[in-house]
Design a protein around this ligand. Structure first.
Ligand SMILES: NC(=O)C1=CN([C@@H]2O[C@H](COP(=O)(O)OP(=O)(O)OC[C@H]3O[C@@H](n4cnc5c(N)ncnc54)[C@H](O)[C@@H]3O)[C@@H](O)[C@H]2O)C=CC1
Ligand SMILES: O=C(O)[C@@H]1CCC=N1
Length: 274
């Protein structure tokens, strides 16, 4: 079902492309989506692939849009937002950047406080994303619904009450696809070291991930029970999991995820300064 939301993306890189893929001619007509990026090649690709309109600099389309999606890197955010200032009225500003806090965006936008901070992830590209979101106090009911509809167009949404938790979401699901790919890569390498072909290893590793994830999503049993059902006493899985425990793999994953959350906070401090 399409609405007529006019959406301007500031930044047309990887994550913007994933979101636009879910929105264009689905939530809203492709020609209601405008993308501004300093990289002409990125714009050409988006124009060709999705039929969106584009420009290389901030223009009047910003003033005419209902929603402005901030999709540049945290390091690029302050400079990008500064150019928006003359065009900001009542639009919803939706940021997907790691770390950058709503209070800093608001200050750079002259006190504008209709801001939704979000943390999507790349499975959005195939409509299987999940996005953590938090609204600042100037967001109207309609804008809240619009933000939810935008992110739902590419997957699930999880709303938070406390903005601080966005760094935790970043560590879990924002960066999360990379942990999964890392684990799959390790399984593929092990498969090859144990004599399977590249193709056989890829099929076995990826299908195992997809199957186990779907089983986990559909099951009412705790994940630990699902794990125990694979683990016969004195069997092969027990040998593998004992090796992982001996190598503190679980603790390493938890430590790594806390490092991601800490980096999110540090990005906010580093690039949210005046
Ligand atoms: N890649 C991911 O998995 C995720 C990324 N994010 C967030 O999304 C944001 C974008 O990340 P990516 O798409 O991966 O980066 P990217 O580097 O692919 O895209 C950023 C784009 O912004 C453009 N840009 C830079 N300065 C600009 C300016 N002043 N005006 C207009 N465009 C400008 C660049 O040319 C580039 O095309 C980041 O803030 C990141 O934290 C959030 C969730 C997941
Ligand atoms: O690595 C990053 O900083 C971004 C945020 C979450 C995923 N990618």
């Amino acid at each position: 079902m399409q609405n007529n939301l006019k959406i301007t993306f500031v930044g047309g890189g990887n994550m913007a492309a994933a979101l636009i893929g879910g929105l264009a001619d689905k939530l809203t007509a492709a020609n209601n989506i405008h993308v501004i990026d300093i990289n002409a090649d990125a714009l050409q690709k988006l124009q060709r692939q999705f039929g969106v309109t584009t420009s290389e600099q901030i223009d009047a389309s910003v003033a005419a849009s209902d929603v402005i999606v901030l999709a540049v890197k945290p390091q690029q955010m302050k400079a990008a937002v500064a150019q928006l200032l003359p065009y900001i009225k009542a639009q919803l500003v939706l940021s997907i950047a790691a770390g950058i806090r709503a209070i800093d965006l608001s200050r750079w936008l002259g006190g504008h406080n209709a801001i939704v901070r979000t943390m999507p992830n790349t499975p959005a590209l195939i409509g299987k994303g999940v996005t953590g979101m938090v609204a600042s106090n100037g967001v109207s009911k309609e804008q809240h619904a619009a933000a939810d509809a935008i992110m739902r167009a590419v997957g699930e949404t999880v709303w938070l009450d406390d903005e601080k938790l966005i760094d935790s979401v970043t560590a879990v699901s924002g960066s999360g696809p990379a942990y999964v790919f890392y684990f799959i890569e390790a399984m593929q390498q092990a498969a090859q070291e144990m004599g399977l072909t590249v193709e056989q290893g890829n099929t076995l590793a990826i299908s195992t991930f997809v199957g186990a994830a779907q089983l986990a999503a559909q099951s009412t049993d705790p994940i630990a029970v699902l794990r125990e059902r694979v683990t016969s006493k004195g069997g092969t899985t027990y040998a593998a999991l004992t090796s992982m425990d001996d190598n503190r793999v679980k603790q390493s994953i938890i430590t790594a995820m806390k490092a991601a959350a800490a980096r999110g906070q540090a990005l906010g401090e580093e690039f949210g300064q005046d």
